[in-house]
Design a protein around this ligand. Structure first.
Ligand SMILES: Cc1cc2nc3c(=O)[nH]c(=O)nc-3n(C[C@H](O)[C@H](O)[C@H](O)COP(=O)(O)OP(=O)(O)OC[C@H]3O[C@@H](n4cnc5c(N)ncnc54)[C@H](O)[C@@H]3O)c2cc1C
Length: 144
C-alpha cells in the first residue's frame, strides 16, 4: 500500500536507485521508489561490462545474471588507437535485465515500496527545501 509520506523517495529503479533505496531501508528509513517503465532493467541500454571490484561490494555475485567472464578488455578510440585494460582481476558481461531485477527485488525485500509506470515530474518545494515529488501514475498526478 503506497503512503503519501516517506523518509526517502528514490526516482528510478536502475542499479543506483535500487542499491540506494535498499541501503536506506536497511538503515531504518521508509522508502518509496518510483520507476517510469513497466519493470526495472528493460529496455537494456548498456554494453553490460563491469569489473568484479565494481559490483562485489553491493551484491553477492550470482551466475544467474552473468553472461560471460572478462579477463582483459580492449578499448578502441575513434582515432584508431587502442589500449588493453587490465582490471586487476575478473570482470563480467552482465545480463542487465536480470541484474537490475535482482537488485530491485533485494530492495523490495528490505521493505522498499516500488511503484512502476510512475513518471516523476517535478519536485515540491517548501521553505527552499525539497519536500516532495509530483509523479504521474496512469494519467493521475500524485504527490508524495
Ligand atoms: C550504450 C551504453 C552502453 C553502456 N555500457 C556500459 C558498460 O559496458 N559498462 C558499464 O558499467 N556501464 C555501461 N553503460 C552505463 C550504464 O548503463 C549506466 O552507468 C547505468 O545504467 C547507470 O545506472 P543508474 O541506476 O544510475 O541509471 P539507469 O540504469 O539509467 O536507471 C535509471 C532508471 O530511472 C528511470 N527513470 C528515469 N527518469 C525517471 C523519472 N522521471 N521517473 C521515474 N523513473 C525514471 C529509468 O526508466 C531507469 O529505469 C552504458 C550506457 C549506455 C547508454
Amino acid at each position: 500500500m503506497v503512503k503519501d509520506k516517506y523518509d526517502v523517495v528514490v526516482i528510478g529503479a536502475g542499479p543506483a536507485g535500487s542499491v540506494t533505496s535498499r541501503f536506506a531501508a536497511e538503515n531504518g528509513a521508509s522508502v518509496l521508489m518510483l520507476e517510469r517503465d513497466r519493470e526495472p532493467g528493460i529496455p537494456v541500454r548498456c554494453a553490460e561490462g563491469v569489473s568484479h571490484r565494481g559490483i562485489a561490494p553491493f551484491i553477492e555475485i550470482d551466475k544467474r545474471w552473468i553472461a560471460n567472464q572478462i579477463d582483459v578488455a580492449k578499448l578502441h578510440a575513434p582515432n584508431g588507437e587502442s589500449a588493453y585494460m587490465y582490471n586487476n582481476g575478473t570482470g563480467y558481461v552482465l545480463e542487465r535485465r536480470i541484474f537490475d531485477t535482482v537488485l530491485c527485488d533485494l530492495a523490495v525485500k528490505r521493505g522498499v515500496h516500488l511503484v512502476t509506470k510512475a513518471d516523476a515530474l517535478d519536485s515540491v518545494w517548501d521553505n527552499n527545501k525539497i519536500a516532495g515529488i509530483k509523479y504521474k501514475y496512469f494519467g493521475e498526478i500524485r504527490t508524495v
